[in-house]
Design a protein around this ligand. Structure first.
Ligand code: ADP
Length: 405
């Protein structure tokens, strides 16, 4: 191998060749140029020193791929021809680890190889730390996956529990309806005369039965909401019928508890689309709660009136109404159930609308009534809220839009 032989042949003159050689010798690292077969055409001073140190001495037929890089020629050429800017190798040469960066010079079809010492291994401490961090990250990933699997299992168990309870609740419906029917038959006297005392007992049993029916239907509604199976039956309905029907059914329990039930329905309530059963269930939940928490001689008021709901519908309000300064046209119905009962401290006003939350655990109930009410009202695109103060009674209100957007 003669130093700079090929370059000499290609350079335009000896002066130019000398200049190029000295410039390449001035590089601070070995540089080797070969043709595509691996025959070395040029090596700078540093490269010659490195060859000597590696024990190649004055060998003239060194091959780039076989002797120096010890790598497959075809693979490297293929990588370069596939468009890779540079192929990076770490050949094990005498004297330690090296890094060889191979570039293709297309015009003469040569390969230029820059050799430099491989980056030093990180100190043992750093390597240890890296390994620890890697292990921690692996552990975290495993924990995360386990947690996710456990969460999914719990979710499935919860779903199965809800399905099981819902089917059990469903099975209770028929016997309860039969019992209720018999109580009514006995109370009507058509099966024989009943004494006042018997009547009282039968009436109380019927009311307990009614309460069980309400609990079962509340739970069925809850499980339907949970499983996303709730479908609203939206028809043009009259809220007056809904309220009057409810008032008739609740007359007796109110009388027995010596609580006055006051019904106030505005004359101009519109007919609008809502699910009769579901909205009645919401009102029943609120009236039932009001009665439960109002002592004898107290009062429960159920009021319904047209309302202009500014926040939702300001865009829909006819602008001329505002300009004339008259009251804006109602776009919803406001229903309010207020009582003179125990009241609720402000810190519970939000929580009571969550599932299974009960402020007073000694009172009967599952803590589901308000949660279901909220979801049913929201399904109607309405909203529900409470105003209350401890010892000063409560007012539960909900808004139902009266138009379809
Ligand atoms: P529950 O079926 O237990 O009554 P709800 O979801 O209907 O469940 O109500 C949640 C809690 O809110 C009740 O346990 C009760 O403490 C409180 N609450 C609801 N309505 C009233 C009311 N009108 N007056 C006082 N407390 C009430």
């Amino acid at each position: 191998m003669s130093k700079g032989l090929a370059v000499e042949k290609q350079a335009s003159g000896p002066a130019n060749f000398q200049l190029v050689t000295s410039l390449l010798d001035a590089l601070d690292r070995p540089l080797v140029v070969s043709d595509r077969s691996g025959q070395i055409l040029f090596a700078n001073l540093h490269a010659h020193d490195a060859f000597a140190a590696a024990g190649f001495g004055q060998k003239s037929d060194l091959n780039l791929f076989q002797d120096l890089l010890r790598a497959d020629r075809k693979t490297i050429l293929a990588q370069l021809q596939a468009g890779e800017h540079e192929v990076d190798l770490q050949p094990d040469l005498v004297g330690g680890k090296f890094r060889a960066r191979i570039r293709w010079l297309p015009e003469p079809d040569w390969l230029a190889v820059f050799v430099e010492p491989a980056r030093p291994e990180p100190p043992a401490e750093e390597a240890q730390m890296r390994q620890t961090v890697q292990e921690l990250m692996q552990e975290r990933e495993i924990t995360y996956r386990n947690l996710l699997a456990a969460y999914l299992r719990l979710q499935e168990a919860n779903r199965q529990k809800t399905v099981f309870l819902a089917s059990a609740a469903h099975e209770l419906k028929t016997p309860l309806a039969v019992m209720k029917g018999y109580y009514e038959l006995l109370l009507s006297g058509s099966l024989g005369k009943v004494s006042e005392k018997q009547k009282e007992i039968l009436q109380e049993s019927k009311e307990s039965c009614d309460r069980l029916v309400r609990l079962v239907s509340m739970f069925l509604n809850y499980s339907a909401l949970e499983s996303g199976k709730l479908v609203l039956q939206l028809h043009d309905n009259d809220l007056r019928d809904c309220v009057n029907d409810l008032a008739a059914r609740w007359k007796d329990p109110f009388q027995r508890a010596a609580v006055h039930l006051d019904i106030r329905i505005a004359e101009d309530l519109p007919i609008f689309k809502f699910d009769y059963q579901k909205v009645q269930q919401c009102m029943v939940n609120l009236v039932d709660n009001a009665l439960k928490h109002t002592p004898a001689a107290g009062r429960v008021t159920l009021a319904a009136q047209p309302h202009f709901w500014e926040r939702r519908c300001s865009g829909a309000a006819p602008p001329e109404d505002r300009r004339r300064g008259g009251p804006p046209r109602a776009n919803s119905v406001l229903v309010c159930v207020s009582d003179t009962g125990t009241g609720i401290a402000a810190e519970f006003h939000q929580e009571i609308f969550e599932e299974f939350v009960r402020v007073d655990p000694s009172s009967s109930g599952m803590g589901l009534g308000l949660a279901i009410t909220k979801r049913l009202i929201q399904a109607h695109r309405g909203k529900v809220w409470v105003d209350s103060e401890l010892g000063r009674g409560s007012a539960f209100s909900f808004l139902l839009p009266t138009y379809v957007e």
